[in-house]
Design a protein around this ligand. Structure first.
Ligand code: SF4
Ligand code: SF4
Length: 145
């Protein structure tokens, strides 16, 4: 449906968790990330970059996204726009650990290690603005016209 609506997805930045099976491995991979103190925040959503809206049709599409449950749209600190799907990974265990750790996607392994500080330990919010409803988005657009 995204394709049908002529929305280009430029880059997938699925942000996933780095779940370390034991503390030794955790320490070796990244001294600054201790996933034991976090409830696996990065295993609970997918974010995909979208084009910045520039015309009425683009604005209308974003309104449409935001009419759905568990969908947010946010602008990051580089002014890039993303659609965010709030969805828990099927491989996240009840203990908040990865059940397929040795076979997890590379994007998971890199998160918080090679891919910068994770959202739990980062000093600033991962987004500059986050819209959780069409009303919030419409208000923002009105104030920034
Ligand atoms: S958000 Fe950071 S601390 Fe939390 S599970 Fe992911 S990598 Fe670990
Ligand atoms: S595969 Fe594992 S590390 Fe990756 S998002 Fe799922 S639970 Fe998290």
């Amino acid at each position: 449906m995204l394709h049908d609506r002529n929305l280009s997805i430029r880059k997938i930045i699925i942000r996933y968790c780095v779940r370390f099976l034991n503390k030794d491995m955790n320490k070796k991979k990244n001294e600054s990330v201790n996933c034991d103190v976090c409830s696996a925040e990065c295993c609970k959503y997918v974010a995909i970059e979208i084009d910045e809206p520039t015309d009425k049709n683009d604005y209308d599409n974003i309104r449409w996204y935001l009419m759905h449950k568990n969908i947010n749209v946010f602008i990051d600190h580089d002014d890039d726009w993303y659609i965010e799907f709030k969805a828990v990974c099927n491989h996240l265990g009840a203990d908040n650990k990865c059940a397929i750790y040795n076979n997890r996607p590379a994007i998971c392994a890199d998160h918080g290690v090679n891919d910068g500080v994770c959202e739990f330990f980062g000093e600033e919010s991962p987004f500059k603005v986050c819209f959780k409803s069409e009303t919030e988005f419409e208000k923002y657009m009105k104030n920034n016209d």
